[in-house]
Write a protein that binds this ligand. Structure first.
Ligand code: SAH
Length: 400
């Protein structure tokens, strides 16, 4: 039997089931022996308990996810060409979307969901922003960058791997220019004829949330002649779509003054009427209650909070958080108003989220009908072998 790497991992008997379904993770519990001394992130062969070759993947000795699979094909060599092919495929999957919605900003590579575990690449006009989150991604950094240079020779490349989760993989957070020019203070990207300003260097994640693109458009359609409260607004891009659709008044709320400053510039960058928009720097949990005490009401409320649960232990607290904001938001809605509510916590199942929102309606003493089920934009695809890739769930409800 030919092996493609120097080291290998033998699984415990029966622990090959997930790999047979092409799920890309091997947990530490499934491993019988590590044969050889693989470096952090090096490619290892995966063998079943009888020694049959199953896959090759990146070894991550410090993570519970001990191996992330690169390939189930024994002929595959993990080199620059491998990354060129996978990135090309990712670009192809997005081709129609990019041209239909005239996108200059989109997620080009969505990690496991594009068969490139730990690798996120976002496209911001003429700059590619990388997040290398796994040991295997870091180990192959030169090949990944070379692949990007080959496919996008004119693009700048910037690294936003400055995230704490890297520590789980035994890596330090890093950030900075890889190739070309430093990003300007704000980069403009376009979607659906809308201009969006992005702070690549200091913004959240790689700078922006492309996953909500469809939901921004859908939300806009609910906003004609309406008063709208946008909670957890970040840079206020829901508001651009809402105002373009004729919203009467729009309030952005976020803890981050920096994000709200960009939200204001986003209104200006789209030639929209600034007098129709408020920017409130506040904690949403407290502000919703204050508005309730003051008897303030809205026609449409958007709730797009950050991820409340990073691990299973945090899920109960997350449920309470979601229920709380959804309940108070419903109490603030005028009869017949619309609640657009989202959860980006991958650990929160869609049916549980719906139940939480239902409980919130009971506690708010309001009738709520689901009129649309919402999800992540299609530049965040869900590989059929990796259901975990479905993380962004949303509901549109009419509330009486
Ligand atoms: N809706 C945004 C993305 C939201 S990201 C968009 O479409 O782009 C989550 C945002 O919530 C961040 O901007 C963060 O600053 C903000 N945030 C986190 N906790 C908050 C709180 N308790 N109150 C208000 N804003 C909060």
């Amino acid at each position: 039997m030919q092996q493609s790497t120097n080291s290998s991992i033998t699984l415990k008997p029966g622990r090959e089931k997930a790999l047979n379904r092409r799920h890309p993770w091997i947990f530490s519990m499934a491993i019988q022996t590590v044969n050889g001394k693989p470096e952090l992130g090096a490619t290892v062969d995966i063998l079943d308990s009888k020694g049959k070759w199953l896959a090759c993947g990146a070894y991550s000795p410090e993570s519970q996810i001990r191996v992330r699979i690169w390939s189930f094909d024994q002929e595959t060599i993990i080199n620059t060409n491998f990354f060129i092919e996978r990135i090309k495929n990712a670009a192809m999957v997005r081709h129609e979307l990019i041209s239909q919605q005239e996108l200059t900003g989109y997620r080009l590579v969505a990690a496991e969901s594009d068969y490139l575990p730990g690798i996120t690449i976002d496209h911001y006009d003429n700059t590619l922003v990388c997040q290398l989150l796994s040991a295997g991604a870091e180990f192959n950094r030169p090949q990944i960058i070379q692949a990007l240079e080959t496919l996008y020779p004119k693009h700048n490349i910037y690294d936003r791997s400055d995230v704490e989760v890297r520590k789980k993989e035994g890596l330090e957070p890093v950030k900075g220019l890889i190739k070309g020019d430093e990003p300007s203070e704000l980069t403009v990207v376009k979607e659906n004829g809308v201009n969006i300003l992005v702070d690549i260097v200091n913004g959240h994640k790689t700078g922006f949330y492309f996953d909500q693109r469809d939901n921004r458009r859908i939300a806009g359609e609910f906003c004609k002649d309406k008063t709208v409260l946008n909670c957890f607004s970040y840079t206020g891009t829901f508001g651009i779509y809402a105002l373009k659709n004729g919203a009467k008044h729009f309030t952005n709320v976020d803890l981050s003054q920096g994000a709200l400053d960009i939200a204001k510039q986003n209104i200006e960058a789209n030639d929209l009427d600034l007098s129709k928009v408020d920017f409130v720097q506040a904690d949403v949990f407290k502000l919703l209650r204050r508005y309730r005490d003051e008897g303030k009401t809205f026609d449409v409320i958007i709730l797009d909070p950050p991820k409340f649960a990073d691990n299973k232990a945090q899920l109960n607290g997350a449920c309470r958080g979601y229920k709380d904001i959804n309940m108070v938001a419903m109490q603030l809605l005028n009869p017949g108003g619309t609640l657009l509510t989202y959860s980006c916590s991958g650990l929160m199942p869609a049916d549980l989220f719906q139940k939480i929102v239902a409980d919130a309606a009971l506690d708010a003493k309001r009738d709520a009908q689901i009129v649309a089920r919402l999800s992540q934009a299609s530049d965040h695809p869900i590989a059929s072998t990796f259901p975990e890739g479905f993380y962004l769930k949303g509901l549109a409800l009419t509330v009486r």
